[in-house]
Ligand binder design. Structure first.
Ligand code: PGA
Length: 254
């Protein structure tokens, strides 16, 4: 089964609205020949309108970095899926480790957000991954299985058309330490197996699993060559059009 590669940037809290158009246009220009890859820029919510305008008529799609599970109401500081759709976003990152670590995100809230995103018609990019402490304590499988089983509870096989999973070992995010291709492939295979138990093996084969954690042009090709690595979720290297395009070029050739 061949899955279309998907490279998504996660801008985090780094790019201002006034800087957004230049970066999106730079990415679009540098990647216009890579038709075989889905290209996404997930931006701070306040950048989305400028990002959507700059991406119009290009192959770049725009996503958000979080969304609430309720459609509206008294949730100061939150953003609904309806607002994101209205602004032209197509994807939403859910359960990034920084949300889990600093903002109280749990597997249960990941599940509520994921189901709301999928029900809205947006595509959820659901992040899972272990800390160094968990890996060294031999808890890698347990942590990934729990994050998957709770985070994707009640997600159906039909819902999987709107689901991407990102494996992001916490120890590799922003640290310059990348999981080796073999280390990453091992966890990607575990993620697919765990997903197969939830939605069936046939559906699990169709779901794209991204690797994230210090992916850059120089290491993207060897990671993307692995059987179950279907793309990347990119932080630091998504902030420069040239670096991001280098990763997309590697995905186009994988
Ligand atoms: P990084 O971040 O590429 O800067 O390691 C990845 C992420 O957190 O999504």
């Amino acid at each position: 089964m061949s899955r279309k590669k998907i490279i998504a940037g996660n801008w985090k809290m780094n790019i201002k609205p006034s800087e957004t158009a230049a970066l999106v246009k730079g990415v679009a220009e540098a990647t216009k020949d890579f038709a075989g890859v889905d290209i996404v820029c997930c931006t701070p919510a306040i950048d989305i309108p400028a990002a959507v305008a700059a991406a119009a008529g290009t192959r770049v799609e725009i996503g958000a970095e979080n969304a609430h599970w309720e459609e509206k109401g008294a949730f100061t500081g939150e953003i609904s899926t309806g607002m994101l759709i209205d602004a032209g976003a197509k994807y939403v990152i859910i359960g990034h480790s920084e949300r889990r670590q600093y903002f109280g995100e749990t597997d249960e809230t990941v599940n509520r957000r994921t189901r709301a995103v999928i029900a809205s018609g947006l595509t959820a990019i659901v992040c899972v991954g272990e800390t160094l402490e968990e890996r060294e304590a031999g808890k890698l499988n347990e942590v990934i299985e729990r994050q998957m089983n709770v985070g994707l509870k009640d997600v159906t096989a039909a819902d999987c058309a709107k689901l991407v999973i990102a494996y992001e070992p916490v120890w590799a995010i922003g640290t310059g330490k990348t999981a080796t291709p073999d280390q990453a492939q091992e966890v990607h295979a575990l993620i697919r197996e765990t997903l197969a138990k939830l939605v069936g093996a046939e559906t699990a084969e169709t779901v794209r699993i991204q690797y994230g954690g210090s992916m850059k042009p120089s290491n993207a090709a060897e990671l993307l060559a692995k059987k179950d690595i279907d793309g990347g979720l990119i932080g630091g290297a998504a902030l420069k059009a040239e670096d991001f395009a280098g990763i997309i070029a590697a995905a186009a050739q994988a």
